[in-house]
Design a protein around this ligand. Structure first.
Ligand code: FEO
Length: 172
């Protein structure tokens, strides 16, 4: 059974994942409005993934003998200056999420909570992948600059992204 401290931290993390889902839906709206359907698709899939993360943690808290308290989700940013800025917001947010997950892992280690420690390994890997993906796209966008042909090429590439729940999730 998880401690009250771990339960609270996971509850806050669930809220953070739900905030992430709304933030990415907000960015999706920005790109939809710009008629950049591939970028919009990328962030819609990203939003789906974040809801999946929240529910994966939700299930874990209950399976580990705790209880989830669903909290209100803060209003995300709704206006963006540029394509690059939308990705910079994403990059900064994911870096913050990585830090908060690491903080829960540190607490789990301090409590000898091996179960939570093991559960969170999936999220550590996921954060590594998410940060690498966003860093890569941001680099590409900075290279693209104001070359609209290259931007539309990347838009076409991002239109291919689909959401499929990771198989590792079934273990959680
Ligand atoms: Fe679930 Fe992108 O953090």
């Amino acid at each position: 059974m998880i401690s009250k401290t771990i339960q609270q931290m996971l509850n806050e993390q669930i809220n953070r994942e739900m905030y992430s889902a709304n933030l990415y839906l907000s960015i999706c709206s920005y790109f939809t409005d710009m008629e950049l359907d591939g970028f919009a698709n990328f962030f819609k899939v990203q939003s789906d993934e974040e809801l999946f993360h929240a529910k994966k943690m939700f299930d874990y808290v209950h399976n580990a003998g705790g209880k989830v308290t669903v909290m209100s989700v803060a209003q995300p940013i709704t206006a963006f200056d540029s394509v690059v800025q939308a990705f910079e917001v994403t990059q900064a947010h994911e870096q913050n999420v990585t830090q908060t997950i690491h903080a829960i892992v540190k607490q789990a280690i301090a409590e000898n909570d091996f179960t939570t420690h093991t559960f969170l390994q999936w999220f550590i890997t996921e954060q590594l992948e998410e940060e690498a993906l966003v860093n890569n796209l941001l680099k590409k966008l900075k290279m693209i600059g104001d070359n609209s042909s290259a931007l539309y090429l990347l838009n076409t590439e991002l239109a291919q992204r689909t959401f499929s729940p990771p198989s590792a999730a079934k273990q959680g």
